[in-house]
Design a binder for this molecule. Structure first.
Ligand code: B12
Length: 240
């Protein structure tokens, strides 16, 4: 069996999807811990709240320790890497422990049709802004079937259109109470200062108003419990 379908099946058990993959070029210098270059990189993530129930059913969600979703992701990614003979890379591994973050958004753009959005998050034509990455799995070999399937998938992706280009009103840029978005960047300090003022305000209880204002894929918007979880993670405890 090719790796792609096997990984896809293994991820679905945990509410995660195989978001695609690509064969890195030597210039990208993506290597396994043993130094061998990665022949293929597969990306795993969630669409909307697809992983929320599986995460909530895990001990990580309730043990009171910091970064529960990252620890859940690492637990799954490491287990799958071991099962299939590869290595896992994580979006949250970065400074100060690592020199830089892995370029997950760039990798994602090579896996599926993604476009820049005014909120800087990547826009997916079907999933809107409601998708994120949990880990990447890299392997030192790739079988011919996977290589061909990945090349064909990239061809399809190029035919999609960016929904933001036909969105005349751009409600995402009108919705933030502190104008943290101007279409060019994200004022993280203004956002955090506002959100930490009151734990019961709507940004905290219902999620980011700018992201929620996006008309694409409204059915995938995070439910209140998940929205609150992500906003709490975004406002560090030492600022709260
Ligand atoms: C640091 C970080 C932040 C910082 C940003 C600080 C800063 N000003 O750079 C803070 C804490 C503010 C943040 C917040 C959030 N983040 Co963040 N963040 C990251 C993280 C860990 C690293 C980004 C990075 O520096 N990458 C390194 C560079 C080299 O990689 P890159 O692929 O080239 O990424 C850059 C470019 O793609 C560029 N970029 C993105 N869009 C565009 C568009 C244009 C036109 C251009 C030129 C460039 C550009 O910006 C990226 C960062 O510099 C990534 C995970 C990751 N490893 O990528 C998540 C990530 C980008 N964040 C994500 C999310 C969801 C959020 C939040 C919504 C989380 C929340 N709690 O709700 C908020 C809102 C942020 C927002 N609206 O922009 C998702 C985005 C998924 C998506 N759909 O695109 C990621 C990929 C994490 C994940 N697990 O999936 N984040």
């Amino acid at each position: 069996m090719s790796l792609g379908p096997a990984l896809s099946a293994a991820l679905q058990v945990h509410g995660l999807q195989l978001r695609g993959g690509f064969c890195p070029s030597p210039e990208e210098a993506i290597a396994l811990p043993n130094g061998r270059p990665a022949a293929v990189l597969w990306l795993a993530g969630n669409m909307g709240g697809s992983m929320w129930n599986a995460f909530q059913a895990s001990s990580f969600a309730h043990d009171g320790l910091p970064h529960p979703l990252d620890r859940w992701s690492r637990h799954l990614g490491d287990a799958l890497a071991q099962q299939f003979g590869g290595a896992a890379l994580y979006p949250f591994d970065g400074p100060p422990a690592q020199p830089h973050y892995h370029p997950f958004q760039q990798w994602a753009s090579r896996c599926e049709p993604l476009f820049p959005s005014p909120l800087m998050l990547r826009m997916h034509p079907q999933h809107g802004l409601w998708h994120a990455y949990r880990f990447a799995l890299i392997f030192s070999t790739v079988d011919t079937q996977d290589r061909v399937a990945l090349a064909e998938n990239t061809g399809d992706a190029l035919q999609e259109e960016n929904p933001c280009l036909s969105c005349i009103e751009q409600p995402c840029l009108q919705a933030c109470p502190v104008q943290a978005y101007d279409g060019q960047g994200f004022d993280v300090h203004a956002c955090r200062a506002h959100v930490r003022q009151d734990a019961n305000q709507v940004c905290m209880t219902g999620g980011c108003l700018a992201r929620n204002a996006c008309p694409v894929a409204p059915h995938l918007r995070y439910a209140p419990a998940q929205a609150r979880f992500h906003m709490q993670a975004f406002v560090p405890d030492d600022l709260a």
